[in-house]
Design a protein around this ligand. Structure first.
Ligand SMILES: Nc1nc2c(c(=O)[nH]1)N[C@H]1C(S)=C(S)[C@@H](COP(=O)(O)OP(=O)(O)OC[C@H]3O[C@@H](n4cnc5c(N)ncnc54)[C@H](O)[C@@H]3O)O[C@H]1N2
Ligand code: MOO
Length: 404
């Protein structure tokens, strides 16, 4: 493949266009956190199913607001008052309790004086009279689409699914991801002579995707050797997504591309016009009736981190059925100037305080200490002029899933 690097948007679009969601399963609400809804969820009940009091107080007719009223019963949460309330009568009512027939106004208990079985107004009447009543269907009605396909199921969505009558939630099954460290120089034990480096990419990538609906298998480190690479790829047979790091560039020992081709994978693209991360490759392989994706990430730890953020996390989200798999940028003000960029779009590491972003001094793609000080990537388009402190830039918070 001789074509030059392709733009980021094109690379992401090609990757996501090919990514079909994995199969669907039903999970109980306890297991739904962090998964993506596979089908629209329609309410099986109306909420509230009747008019309910929103406050503790006394229910009276909204046509009988002068009092005093005789207390004739109680409507507690879970224990409705079953008779019809008449003129001159009041019902003690609790928050969440059914508003009895014949009433329509809940007066706060703080606004009432009580003497034995009688109450009288001691403060303000609610205005309008039904102010403290949650109306039937205020939240949703039976048959309403309460959650759309592709939404991320978080605490609020799970509570809504349960309240709308669902005990089984259709989601996509977890995505199987195999992460392979590669390189002769990688050390795994405590011993690490100067020609070696501790293997850190695999554990970093596993940590980056730990919050996504996937199951990670770590393989390697595998040496720069075709036979060893073939063996480790064979172990990744069951994975939906195979991620390698290292060996993606142009060196004599960069064997990932030929090893993937030997394995039967077809290269989609290699090299994207971003810095860091240019040598990323994307390939696909038919395995039975499934298609496996391969992401070959560059070995430099920061390049692996940035390309994981821009490609791996979105791919896992898309395979899990996310409606919006790409990260979402926000605007921030530069606290420090940034230099002009060249032909590649740059993702600088920075520290954002919620308003201003400070660019790390060390931007080497092997500099883990500066990465660990950072919480955002600063997006600098190709061919940008130098930007002064105070200029507005787009940033990608590391924590942003971009998939609300
Ligand atoms: N002549 C050229 N050389 C390079 C080019 C180029 O275009 N022409 N591209 C450079 C860029 S940009 C990058 S990024 C790197 C990526 O190369 P590889 O993907 O082949 O990565 P390696 O050479 O195997 O390793 C790079 C670096 O990262 C360390 N590494 C690798 N794996 C791990 C791991 N699992 N944990 C921790 N660290 C790891 C490795 O030791 C190297 O220091 O190529 C440039 N070269
Ligand atoms: O892609 Mo490389 O990360 O520019 O060093």
């Amino acid at each position: 493949m001789t074509a030059g690097p392709i733009p980021l948007e094109e690379a992401q679009a090609r990757l996501l266009a090919a990514a079909a969601p994995v199969s669907i399963e039903n999970v109980d609400p306890e297991g739904a956190m962090g998964r993506y809804l596979a089908e629209p969820l329609l309410a099986r009940r109306t909420q509230p199913a009747a008019d309910l009091s929103a406050m503790d107080g006394y229910a009276v007719s909204s046509y009988d607001l002068h009092g005093p009223w005789r207390l004739v019963g109680e409507s507690a949460a879970g224990h409705p008052y079953s008779s019809r309330v008449r003129k001159g009568e009041a019902i003690r009512i609790a928050t969440g309790a059914l508003v009895p027939d014949g009433t329509g106004c809940v007066i706060l208990q703080e606004d009432v004086a009580r003497s034995d079985d009688f109450i009288s107004l001691a403060g303000a009447l609610p205005s309008p009279p039904g102010k403290h009543i949650r109306r039937n269907g205020m939240d949703f009605r039976s048959g309403d689409t309460v959650l759309k396909r592709g939404v991320l199921l978080g605490p609020a969505q799970i509570a809504l699914a349960v309240t709308s009558g669902h005990r089984h939630i259709p989601v996509h099954r977890v995505v199987r991801v195999a992460v392979i460290d590669s390189g002769d120089e990688l050390a795994t034990g405590l011993e690490c002579p100067s020609h070696q480096i501790p293997a850190s990419n695999g554990i970093m990538l596993a940590a980056m995707i730990a919050g996504l609906p996937c199951r990670v298998t770590r393989l390697g480190p595998v040496p720069d050797d075709m036979t060893a690479l073939s063996h480790v790829l064979a172990e990744a047979q069951e994975a939906d997504i195979v991620v390698t790091t290292g060996g993606a560039s142009v060196g004599d020992h960069d064997l990932i591309r030929p090893a993937l081709e030997n394995w039967g994978a077809t290269l989609d693209f290699w090299r994207v016009a971003i810095k860091p991360g240019k040598p990323i490759l994307v390939a696909r392989r038919q395995s039975g009736n499934r298609e496996q994706f391969v992401l070959g990430l560059p070995g430099n730890p920061v390049s692996a981190f940035v390309t994981a953020h821009l490609f791996l996390l979105p791919l896992i989200r898309a395979a899990s059925g996310a409606e919006r798999p790409l990260p979402v940028a926000v605007k921030a003000q530069l606290a420090t100037p940034v230099p002009a960029t060249g032909k590649r779009r740059e993702f600088l590491r920075g520290r954002w305080d919620g308003t201003q972003v400070r660019v790390q001094q060390v931007q080497d793609s092997g500099a883990l200490a500066a990465l660990a000080e950072s919480n955002v990537l600063i997006d600098r388009p190709a061919g940008s002029h130098e930007a002064e402190a105070g200029a507005t830039v787009s940033i990608y918070p590391f924590a942003s899933a971009g998939n609300a």
